[in-house]
Design a protein around this ligand. Structure first.
Ligand SMILES: [Zn+2]
Length: 531
């Protein structure tokens, strides 16, 4: 089991960053001050057009999607979305998320496979969440308090103000700086990176961090507005308070290593005073109710963060009769789910099935928790090589799959493909086509779609689906290559008289998409060239 590494991909980019930082450092502090004094009360960040901020965000998101530690886990993704969409609706209702902002920005949350506790907002409405944050919080309310804070940095255009301040260095330099900071926030490890390199990265990171950190006033504003957004969304205010206490405790212990969030969000006396004032307005100090769903998602995040074999064994052994007996039901669910996942990860399928059987026998779980149990049952069946059983567990019986249930769709499609049966592959391709019509930006769904077409021997559609996946990851160069491959296959098939009516239609879609992607690639190259 590999530990979570400081990604070599991001480090590669730090090479470029080294140059930028060397150029920046001598002038930067004075310049920042100058800009600060020249830009009083930059209220709405209006001088940075939304499109410019979005494109800067895309250039950063593109690197994140290519990072091996970027994780598209549909189960955790759906959980995150259930919180995120509720917060967006609240911000919309309150008027902070304007229609223009909503339409022009991405509003996407990316999961990063890292054990440290961090969440960050990027330009253009892209957000990132480390798995460590999900496993460290005790409730959806605590998670919501962090996400609402980050959301408010975006809606209040704090990032735009920062771009304006750093403006003379050009947005691409700022993109490189943000990437460098993200790399430095990752869990350090004794990988191939030399110690000297790591020290250099750390030193640079501190310098960059001081330039990229939001001001104290921005932090207080994000606290204040985030608090309003989360409570009006229906989350417990207590979650804000307990999350704040967690961060404060970590700050007292000076635990910056596992809490990179503290480096970007220092616990200033003003913030603490504000939080205490809010807390005094709360009626009681009743603990936030812990749900089985959250307990299971927290355990899942812990296992997916590649914690090493010792932690996996501990997770498996924690689900013992003595501990379970004294635990309340939500915690029981979390313990049994964690043990199932930990054994599955170690490929101890028999042991995993035993824990799963106990989990399934827990009565009275909320509906969303029952769904999570069904998903892990199918996941275990698939991991153990029984794709047919996985399909049987996931196929809707009397109802249809809910619109927002991406995890069930993705697992069902993957399981159908894994049966290696053409009939199942056809079903998967049809179901995914419906999904992709509504969610064309879903790169992982395009990739499963490509496998489904391959199984049916439909090479043309398979290559096009691969091309779409690359395009949705914003890697336009790779997408153009795949579309060209699809185009030459179509030409070859046509010359051999193998292209039917539907094939001709597919070929013309490929031609049009290739032209579009070539345009996007030119724009991308131009942006990089200018900056
Ligand atoms: Zn903040």
């Amino acid at each position: 089991m590999l530990p979570s590494l400081l990604s070599p991909h991001l480090l590669q980019r730090l090479g470029v960053l080294g140059v930028c930082v060397a150029l920046l450092l001598p002038v930067a502090p004075a310049q920042a001050q100058l800009n600060n004094s020249r830009l009083p009360n930059l209220g709405d960040g209006a001088e940075v057009p939304l499109g410019v901020e979005r494109r800067l965000g895309e250039s950063i998101a593109r690197e994140i999607y290519r990072d091996p530690d970027y994780l598209d886990d549909p189960v955790l993704g759906d959980y995150l979305q259930s919180i995120w969409q509720t917060l967006l609706a609240s911000a919309r209702q309150r008027g902070e998320l304007t229609p223009e902002l909503e339409q022009q920005f991405a509003w996407e949350v990316a999961l990063i496979r890292d054990r440290s506790i961090n969440a960050f907002a990027l330009p253009g409405g892209y957000l990132g969440v480390h798995l460590g944050l999900i496993s460290a919080v005790s409730s959806a309310d605590e998670l919501a308090s962090v996400l609402a804070h980050e959301l408010s940095h975006v809606t209040q255009r704090h990032i735009a103000r920062m771009i304006a301040q750093q403006g003379r260095q050009g947005p691409m330099v700022m993109g490189a700086m943000i990437l460098g900071m993200l790399a430095a926030s990752r869990t350090p490890s004794a990988s191939s990176i030399s110690a000297a390199n790591a020290v250099m990265v750390g030193g640079q990171a501190a310098a960059i961090q001081s330039q990229l950190n939001f001001s104290r006033d921005m932090e207080r504003e994000a606290d204040r507005i985030g608090y309003g957004v989360m409570t009006e969304a229906g989350f417990e205010a207590q979650g804000f308070v307990t999350m704040f206490e967690k961060l404060q405790q970590a700050a007292r212990l000076n635990d910056n290593g596992s809490f990179p969030y503290l480096r970007s969000h220092p616990m200033t006396t003003e913030r603490i005073a504000d939080a205490q004032a809010r807390q005094q307005l709360l009626p009681s100090r009743a603990a936030v109710a812990i749900t089985a769903t959250h307990a299971m998602m927290s355990a899942r995040a812990q296992v997916l963060a590649n914690p090493g074999v010792d932690v996996l064994r501990t997770l498996a052994s924690q689900a013992n009769p003595t501990t379970l007996e004294t635990a309340r039901k939500p915690r029981q669910a979390g313990l049994l789910y964690g043990a199932t996942m930990a054994e599955m990860k170690q490929r101890n399928f028999a042991a995993a099935r035993q824990h799963l059987a106990h989990l399934q026998a827990l009565s009275g779980l909320e509906l969303s928790a029952q769904r999570v149990v069904r998903l892990v049952s199918a996941e275990l069946a698939l991991a153990a090589g029984d794709a047919t059983q996985a399909v049987a567990l996931l196929e809707p019986k009397a109802t249809v799959i809910a619109n927002n249930d991406r995890a069930t769709r993705m697992q069902l499609a993957q399981s159908r493909v894994a049966t290696r049966k053409a009939a199942q592959a056809k079903l998967a391709a049809n179901e995914l086509s419906l999904w992709l019509n509504q969610h064309p930006r879903d790169a992982s769904a395009w990739l499963v779609q490509a496998s489904a077409y391959e199984l049916q021997g439909d090479g043309l559609r398979a290559i096009r689906a691969q091309a779409e996946a690359r395009a949705m990851e914003l890697d336009y160069g790779a997408a153009v290559d795949r579309f060209k491959a699809a185009q030459s296959l179509a030409h070859q098939m046509a010359s051999e008289g193998k292209l039917d009516r539907a094939g001709h239609m597919e070929a013309s879609i490929i031609d049009a998409r290739l032209r579009e992607l070539e345009r996007l690639r030119r724009e991308q190259a131009l942006e990089r060239g200018i900056n």
